[in-house]
Design a protein around this ligand. Structure first.
Ligand code: HEC
Length: 127
């Protein structure tokens, strides 16, 4: 009797281990998320209200530039009139100070494939 139940237990723990392994694979960060952590997270969070050096970027795709409440945007970005379409984000992230002269964001991402990955990650972080 006790022999049988310990075999069941073994089978059960094998099942649980299998389930954990596959959920870890699902939760693995995408390339865009990894790049965001490496290239943007020093200055930006996703979580709303959590401004660092730059504004929080939750729901940024499709929103108006310089519209996050409570963040002191540069006059240049406020006056830009931009909406963050994926195309505008791509241009801004390539060379922020060329697209918006006077912006407080100085660093860009020169690699187009990396920008695309980051922008697609940001599109998944909608409001
Ligand atoms: C060294 C700090 C720094 C880094 C790194 C940085 N940013 Fe910024 N970012 C800023 C600052 C500061 C602003 C505010 C610009 C202004 O007011 O002109 C900003 C503004 C922005 C805006 C406009 C937000 C809005 O509400 O209009 C976007 C979009 C953005 N950053 C995306 C990114 C992404 C994506 C990355 C990573 C590839 C990144 N930033 C990396 C500092 C940074």
């Amino acid at each position: 009797m006790s022999h049988t139940s310990s075999r069941h237990l073994l089978a059960l723990s094998a099942l649980i281990a299998g389930a954990c392994a596959s959920s870890a694979a699902l939760a693995a960060p995408t390339q865009g998320e990894t790049l965001f952590q490496q290239r943007c997270a020093t200055c930006h969070t996703i979580a709303p209200g959590a401004a660092k050096m730059g504004p929080a970027l939750k729901g940024i795709v499709g929103s108006k530039a310089a519209a996050v409440p409570g963040y002191a945007f540069s006059p240049a970005l406020k006056a830009s009139g931009l909406t963050w379409t994926t195309a505008n984000l791509d241009k801004y992230l390539a060379k922020p100070t060329t697209v918006v002269p006077g912006t407080k964001m100085m660093v860009g991402v020169p690699d187009a494939a990396q920008r695309a990955a980051i922008i697609s990650y940001l599109s998944t972080q909608a409001n």
